[in-house]
Ligand binder design. Structure first.
Ligand SMILES: *Cc1c(COP(=O)(O)O)cnc(C)c1O
Length: 398
């Protein structure tokens, strides 16, 4: 079955749910059992209640999830072709809980210099407290990652493309080196999602995505998703998730499962509109560089062509000079369609001036001019372009 079909049918279970097309919201803290033996067996991983899939082997209390959670996990496993799926209350929690599960005092981790800001913050402020050392590597390092591996390197963290600067990483080259040294590789796959980049086909051991973005799709749910086919890694991840008391509300799991059903068609709409907007921006004299992996000028475009099956709604562009703060404000304030705000993946367009040079530590950001990140939503593309056109007129007037 194709992914579009799986998105629609995966995880459905109407027979156990009075015929409801969608698995309803099961809200549960206490799980009741008819006998002490049934309870104890469930606690030990032999669930009294029939649960489908590789989920919640210790279903004896609501913190392990409820049938609404399991429906989402099973759907994601089917869609991604993964054996195991874990759900977290945010994308960031999925990342931090994975790092805590796979690293311990004295270990070294390699993290891409283009990584999502809060991932970097966690490494610098929290992992460091546990005696874990972080090295940030140039996102386009490829097979050169080998030189950075130390005796105590226990994990390689990738994010491709970077969600501000859009370098595409040579994931197969990195995973090849990592396999030869027995080091697991994790990817933050939020931009492409497994629909447009298959992490396991490219040798990745653990795939993470911010379900907050394209799975949720409506800017009203926070969620993180981890998938893997490696039982040993899964067991470490599941243990840490459980011991830290991580749980996601069934209401959010319900919304996420609902989001999956339209994800295929939404992604294609975001892709098409973002390409049209990027093409229009490229023709503008105020715009010097488009940072969109599907554009030949973007670093790593060849890798994108080789490894990805599509692009999505988020990209950046560099203007013709460094504009003043006032000029940038004039540009992004008072837009009719674009909102100013963090995150993306919803139905609505967003705009955000960014300064990658202040974040990086290893790879120098080569651009001095003003950089703008846009997320292209589901509004009519002609209206989106008109809004941007007016904003580019405003920036020049200050
Ligand atoms: C948004 C995002 C996250 C974190 O997701 P939250 O659910 O907002 O915590 C992680 N990585 C990338 C690339 C993101 O864009």
């Amino acid at each position: 079955m194709k992914k579009d079909t799986k998105l629609v049918i995966a995880g459905k279970n109407y027979k156990d749910n009075f015929g409801s097309v969608n698995v309803p919201i099961h809200r549960t803290s206490t799980v009741l059992f008819p006998t002490m033996e049934a309870y104890q067996q469930s606690e030990q991983g032999k669930p009294y209640y029939k649960i489908k899939g590789n989920v919640a082997t210790d279903y004896s209390y609501g913190i392990a999830g409820t049938p609404t959670t399991f429906a989402l996990q099973n759907a994601i496993c089917e869609i991604e072709g993964a054996k195991y799926c874990l759900i977290y209350p945010s994308g960031l929690a999925a990342i931090t809980m994975s790092l805590l599960a796979l690293l311990e005092s004295g270990d070294h981790v390699l993290i891409s210099d283009s990584v999502y800001g809060p991932t970097r913050r966690f490494c610098n402020k929290e992992l460091s407290r546990f005696g874990v050392e972080t090295t940030y590597y140039d996102p386009v390092v490829g097979a050169g990652i080998e030189k950075l591996i130390k005796k105590n390197t226990k994990l390689i963290f990738t994010e491709s493309p970077g969600s501000l600067t859009f370098e595409v990483q040579d994931i197969p080259a990195i995973t090849k080196v990592a396999k030869s040294k027995n080091i697991p590789v994790i990817i933050d796959n939020s931009w492409a999602t497994p629909i447009y980049f298959d992490p396991f086909k490219h040798g990745v051991d653990i795939a993470m995505q911010a379900g907050t973005k394209y799975i949720g799709g409506h800017s009203d749910v926070l969620m993180g998703v981890i998938t893997t086919n490696d039982e040993k890694l899964y067991k470490s991840l599941a243990r840490v998730r459980k011991n830290y008391g991580i749980n996601v509300s069934p209401d959010d799991c319900y919304l996420a499962t609902r989001g999956l059903r339209t994800m295929g068609i939404r992604l294609r709409a975001h892709e098409e509109s973002a390409l049209a907007v990027a093409k229009w921006l490229e023709s503008r004299p105020e715009v010097k560089v488009i940072l969109h992996p599907a554009f030949p000028s973007c670093p790593g475009h060849e890798l994108w062509k080789r490894d990805f099956t599509g692009s999505t709604g988020l990209f950046s562009f560099i203007l013709d000079k460094k504009y003043s703060k006032e000029a940038v404000s004039a540009m992004v304030d008072n837009m009719k369609i674009f909102g100013i705000g963090a995150s993306w993946g919803g139905f609505e367009s967003l705009i955000m001036p960014i300064d990658p040079s202040s974040i990086r530590t290893t790879s120098k950001w080569p651009h001095k001019n003003t950089c703008i990140r846009v997320y292209i939503g589901l509004e009519d593309v002609a209206d989106i372009i008109k809004d941007l056109e007016k904003s580019l007129e405003r920036i020049k007037e200050v």
